[in-house]
Design a binder for this molecule. Structure first.
Ligand SMILES: C[S@@+](CC[C@H](N)C(=O)[O-])C[C@H]1O[C@@H](n2cnc3c(N)ncnc32)[C@H](O)[C@@H]1O
Length: 217
């Protein structure tokens, strides 16, 4: 029997991600160029970030639970410059249960992923666990709007959106999730993305967080 949901998730949705990604080139260049040392990218998807990492990145581990997306990232990796590709490892797995020892990474990247994680608080705690003392969490996420009327519309439309966008949520307060996990926001730009035409998804945050002294003790 034709598996319509599987077809949508494996064929249509990845294409939509790749097309939508054109809007985010500026943010990728800005954020991923900053990623240094041993880097973990959670929810790496089809590997849209891969080409943006700089020489500052010593090693990159990309984790992704969706097999179909991970295969696309793998194919993209083959096409990259070998000097970059040989520093990259792609792993099938869940950000809520990271298969890495404590203090494994200098940088963790979250690019449009906390909207989709089934348990964002748990993933934030896992990110905190695997970051080395002094490590950085670099993030770009679409989030709950700061204005009440738009936030209300996000709330109303969320059930349908979540269904259409493979688990993505319009109404996450990701900054609060990071702070509740013990992160200190060190840099934050909060804006409506000029290239996202759908207002429900336009509120975004771009920034950097580190462990607050009490959390890393
Ligand atoms: C909107 S897509 C963004 C993909 C990629 N970060 C990008 O920028 O193109 C959200 C990603 O989160 C992944 N994801 C969903 N649940 C996850 C989990 N439990 N752990 C890690 N990643 C997850 C999805 O499979 C998908 O790749």
């Amino acid at each position: 029997m034709l598996d319509l949901q599987g077809f949508y998730e494996n064929r249509i949705f990845p294409r939509m991600l790749n097309v939508a990604d054109r809007a985010f080139r500026r943010e990728r260049a800005h954020l991923l160029g900053e990623a240094a040392g041993d880097v973990l990218e959670i929810g790496i998807g089809t590997g849209n970030s891969l080409e943006y990492y700089s020489q500052q990145m010593t090693s990159l581990t990309g984790i992704e639970p969706h097999k179909g997306l991970l295969e696309q990232a793998q194919a993209r990796l083959q096409a990259l410059d070998v000097r970059l590709a040989e520093r990259v490892t792609l792993v099938e797995g869940d950000a809520g249960q990271l298969p890495f020892a404590d203090d494994s990474f200098d940088t963790v990247v979250a690019f449009l992923v906390f909207c989709t994680l089934p348990d964002p608080a748990r993933a934030a705690a896992e990110v905190r666990r695997v970051l080395r003392p002094g490590g950085r969490l670099l993030f770009f996420e679409h989030v709950q709007a700061g204005t009440r009327s738009l936030a209300r519309w996000q709330q109303r439309c969320n059930p349908l959106w979540r269904h259409l966008a493979c688990g993505c949520n319009l109404n996450r307060d990701t900054r609060r999730t990071f702070e509740a996990a013990g992160f200190q926001i060190r840099m934050l730009s909060s804006y409506r993305h000029p290239k996202i035409l759908l207002p429900l998804v336009a509120p975004v945050i771009l920034g950097e967080a580190g462990l607050s002294p009490s959390a890393s003790a």
